[in-house]
Design a binder for this molecule. Structure first.
Ligand code: PMP
Length: 284
């Protein structure tokens, strides 16, 4: 692969970042993942807007403007001949030359790295036809989940706990209510109403969530933004998750209990189709 490091396009073997980089030592970095279908970027401006918000929340300078990011994404798609896949982008506070809790002086240049992941047939994932099984697990993450930091150890632990139980993912639960999935937003559908947790510092403000809720409203579907419990989800007609890489993914089992008879439901299926179709049309 050819990857991007601070303005340079290099073979991945030659791409390096300092051991003093604060992304490495402190998880002092934010990231975005943008999907590519037919060589084009989905929801690109939404992801760039959230990158700016994450950087602002951490008082980190954005070292590139939106146009430069777009050009770098397009260049990586071209150099790596990506039809369908993902582009990972990370901005860290850079290399102050030593380890210190305090942020370095403003003249320390942030580190930008980007790389591609080819995912042939991304929009036709077989899992979307059968749905995911998930388990619930305590949400033990920090309190600013609206900032998309690379501090991903707890979500990794939750993913491993899910795998150990033979399922696909975990939903995180705090004070008896589902916050979100390890790397996706969580939804249920009951009597035709789509329910998903309201935006706050408790969850990541999913770019796919925003798009899906907009498409749901346009299709005259009812949406309620409120918290729900695992028991309510198990008794729902449908459940699903959204993310830039999974799009809309049905959930058919929660903690060993089938949801919606264990089959993919019509609302999740329809939202997936609408999301993919509309996002393809608007892709850049
Ligand atoms: N929540 C969490 C914790 C995530 O990591 C992600 C994916 N990065 C999402 C939600 C979904 O966000 P998006 O739709 O922007 O990919």
């Amino acid at each position: 692969r050819t990857v991007f490091v601070n303005g340079d396009y290099l073979p991945e073997e030659q791409a390096t970042v300092s051991i003093f980089d604060r992304g490495f030592l402190m998880a002092d970095a934010v990231y975005e993942v943008v999907s590519v279908l037919n060589g084009k970027l989905l929801d690109f401006s939404g992801h760039m807007a959230r990158l700016s918000r994450s950087l602002d929340a951490l008082e980190m300078r954005n070292p590139m403007d939106a146009e430069a990011y777009l050009e770098a994404h397009h260049e990586l798609i071209r150099l790596n001949e990506i039809e369908d896949g993902l582009i990972y982008l990370q901005v860290s506070r850079g290399n102050p030359g030593d380890r210190d809790f305090a942020y370095p002086a403003a003249d320390v240049q942030p580190t930008v790295v980007m790389f591609t992941q080819a995912k042939p047939g991304l929009a036709d994932a077989p899992a979307a036809k059968t749905g995911w099984k998930i388990v619930s697990i305590d949400d033990l993450r920090w309190g600013r989940r609206d900032i998309k930091t690379v501090q991903l150890l707890y979500p990794s632990m939750a993913k491993m706990a899910a795998k150990a139980q033979g399922v696909d993912d975990a939903w995180l639960v705090e004070d008896g209510m589902v916050t979100e999935g390890t790397s996706n937003n969580a939804y249920i559908v009951k009597d035709g109403v789509i329910v998903t947790r309201a935006l706050s510092t408790d969850i990541l403000h999913g770019i796919t969530r925003a798009a899906v809720l907009r498409f749901a409203a346009e299709a005259q579907m009812k949406v309620e933004e409120r918290s729900f419990s695992i028991a309510e989800a198990q008794a729902a007609d449908e459940a699903f998750v959204t993310s830039a890489s999974a799009f809309v993914m049905p959930v058919v089992e929660i903690d060993g209990q089938a949801v919606g008879g264990g089959r993919v439901g019509p609302v999740a299926q329809r939202l997936r189709e609408i999301y993919i179709e509309e996002s393809r049309k608007a892709a850049v």
